[in-house]
Design a protein around this ligand. Structure first.
Ligand code: URA
Length: 200
């Protein structure tokens, strides 16, 4: 089982046996108010048994239109960084804390994240990644706990229940602050180094 502090604190957890069941369960989801404004559910993409998984915050406008995570400007920047390190996008699995776009790209509210986390938890159980890269504060806090802050934790490994978590900046933050690009790159390089070390 993966370490999701929030889900472990009294939230009901429903487990799905396979991808078909899980994907079916999210069709027409109306567990939170984001369903009213979304164009598409952005479920996740990539290799379904990837060793490395990336978790972002929630879909933006481009993702909402296309139904695919990280296809906008921030995603393109992230892809470039991964390509530079020799990691193809198709070889990782990419998902978000919430699967529907928050209006005006605001941070997902607690009730929205809580309603959606069961899907992500199932995705992690099915993918069985060795490493999860937490892209930004929303991913870090919802997965590891509210007490974790991205400024302090970024670039440092967190190990929980057999999964290694690497918190780093959200790619959108790199668009606003050039200095963060250097740290983001450094964190991804550490992910690659660690992966080479632990892969069998
Ligand atoms: N930002 C995210 O957190 N996720 C996406 O899919 C796109 C932008």
């Amino acid at each position: 089982m993966c370490a999701f502090e929030r889900s472990e604190k009294g939230m009901e957890f429903k487990m799905y046996n396979n991808w078909e069941e899980l994907e079916e369960s999210i069709e027409n989801c109306n567990k939170c108010k984001l369903c009213k404004t979304r164009l598409n559910i952005v479920f996740g993409t990539g290799k379904k048994d990837a060793d490395i998984m990336l978790v972002g915050e929630g879909p933006g406008g481009d993702e909402d239109k296309q139904g695919i995570p990280f296809v906008g400007k921030a995603g393109q920047l992230m892809n470039k960084a991964f390509e530079g390190l020799g990691i193809e996008r198709e070889k990782v699995y990419i998902a978000n804390i919430v699967k529907c776009r928050p209006p005006s790209n605001r941070v997902p509210e607690d009730d929205e994240a809580e309603a959606c986390l069961n899907y992500l938890r199932n995705q992690v159980i099915l993918v069985k990644p060795k490493i999860i890269v937490l892209l930004g504060s929303t991913a870090l806090k919802n997965i590891c706990g509210k007490e974790y802050g991205i400024t302090v934790c970024r670039g440092k490994w967190i190990e929980k229940k057999g999964i290694l978590y690497m918190p780093t900046w959200h790619p959108a933050a790199l668009l606003r602050d050039e200095n963060k690009k250097i740290e983001f790159w450094k964190d991804l390089k550490e992910v690659v180094r660690k992966y080479e070390e632990i892969k069998v």
